[in-house]
Ligand binder design. Structure first.
Ligand code: ADP
Ligand code: MG
Length: 255
C-alpha cells in the first residue's frame, strides 16, 4: 500500500493577534502537493496574514503549522531561527508590489539569493536565471533594471526570482492587484504554466476568474476563520455559507 500523501502546508487551530486584534481565529487549512489552492475573502479577513505565517514573515501565536514536512509553529512556538531560514528557502513568495531590488539588474535580482543562500557559483546562478527568464517570457530583459519594466514584467521577474531558489511551494499575495488590467493575463499565464508543471501554489487573489479557472480548491476566509473550502464549481455556483454568498455578490456587483 502507498503511504498516504501528506499536505505540504497544514495549519491546525492557527491563531494570530496584533495586540488586541485577533486576525486569525483558529485556522484549519491544508495544501496538498501540486495543488493550486486559492484563498478569497473580504479585505481585512486575514488572507495576507495567513500567507505571511506560512513563511515565517509573521509568527502565529497559537496552534500548529507544518510546511514541507517541518513544524514551523508548534502550539504557538516558532521553530529555531536556523531551521526557519532553511525553510524560507523552500517557500517562494510573490508580493502584490513585486519587491524587486531597484538598484540591481534583472539578472542580479534573480541570482543574489541562490548565490548567497544556495551557494551557487556566479556562472551557475546566471545560467539558471537565463533559463527562468526564458520560462517567464523575458529572455531579452536580463540586463534591464526594474524601473525600465512594466508591472507585468516586474511581476514575472519576481516569480523567476522566487523560482530560482527551487522552492517546494509558491505563495502569491494578490500578484495581479497592482497591474493594469491588460497586464494581468501575462502573469496569470506564468502561474498556470507553473501549476501545469506540478508546482504547489497557494494564491490569495481578488481575481475571481483566476480562482474559478485556475484553482483546484478555493478557501473562503472571513473575519479570521475559514468559512468553507471546496472545488471552484461548488464555491461559485453553490456556496454553502451565507457570508460566502454575500461576498461573491459584492465582488460581482463591483466588477
Ligand atoms: P487581508 O489580506 O485579508 O486584507 P490582512 O491579513 O492584511 O487581511 O489583515 C487582517 C487584519 O490585520 C486587518 O485588520 C489589518 O489591519 C490587521 N493587520 C495586518 N497586519 C498588521 C500588523 N502588522 N499590525 C497590526 N495590524 C495588522
Ligand atoms: Mg492582503
Amino acid at each position: 500500500m502507498n503511504a498516504p500523501v501528506q499536505p505540504l502546508i497544514s495549519a491546525r487551530s492557527l491563531t494570530k493577534a496584533f495586540g488586541p486584534l485577533e486576525v486569525l481565529k483558529g485556522i484549519n487549512f491544508d495544501v496538498m502537493p501540486s495543488e493550486v489552492k486559492v484563498v478569497i475573502g473580504p479585505s481585512g479577513s486575514g488572507k495576507s496574514t495567513l500567507l505571511r505565517c506560512c513563511n515565517g514573515l509573521e509568527v502565529a501565536d497559537g496552534g500548529s503549522l507544518t510546511i514541507c514536512g517541518q513544524t514551523l509553529v508548534d502550539n504557538g512556538r516558532l521553530m529555531p531561527e536556523t531551521a526557519l531560514n532553511t525553510l524560507r528557502t523552500q517557500v517562494g513568495m510573490v508580493f502584490q508590489s513585486f519587491n524587486l531590488f531597484p538598484h540591481l539588474s534583472v539578472l542580479d535580482n534573480i541570482t543574489v539569493a541562490p548565490r548567497e543562500l544556495r551557494g551557487l557559483s556566479k556562472a551557475a546562478a546566471e545560467a539558471a536565471a537565463h533559463e527562468l527568464l526564458a520560462k517567464v517570457g523575458l529572455a531579452a530583459k536580463a540586463d534591464a533594471y526594474p524601473a525600465m519594466l512594466s508591472g507585468g514584467q516586474k511581476q514575472r521577474v519576481a516569480i523567476a526570482r522566487a523560482l530560482a531558489m527551487q522552492p517546494q511551494v509558491m505563495l502569491f499575495d494578490e500578484p495581479t492587484s497592482a497591474l493594469d488590467p491588460e497586464l494581468v493575463g501575462e502573469v496569470l499565464q506564468v502561474m498556470k504554466d507553473l501549476a501545469r508543471e506540478g508546482m504547489t501554489l497557494m494564491v490569495v487573489t481578488h481575481e475571481m476568474g483566476c480562482a474559478r479557472e485556475g484553482a483546484d480548491t478555493v478557501a473562503v476566509l472571513d473575519q479570521g476563520v475559514v468559512l468553507e473550502v471546496g472545488p471552484p464549481e461548488q464555491i461559485f455556483n453553490n456556496p454553502q455559507h451565507p457570508r460566502t454568498r454575500e461576498f461573491l455578490q459584492a465582488v460581482v456587483t463591483r466588477a
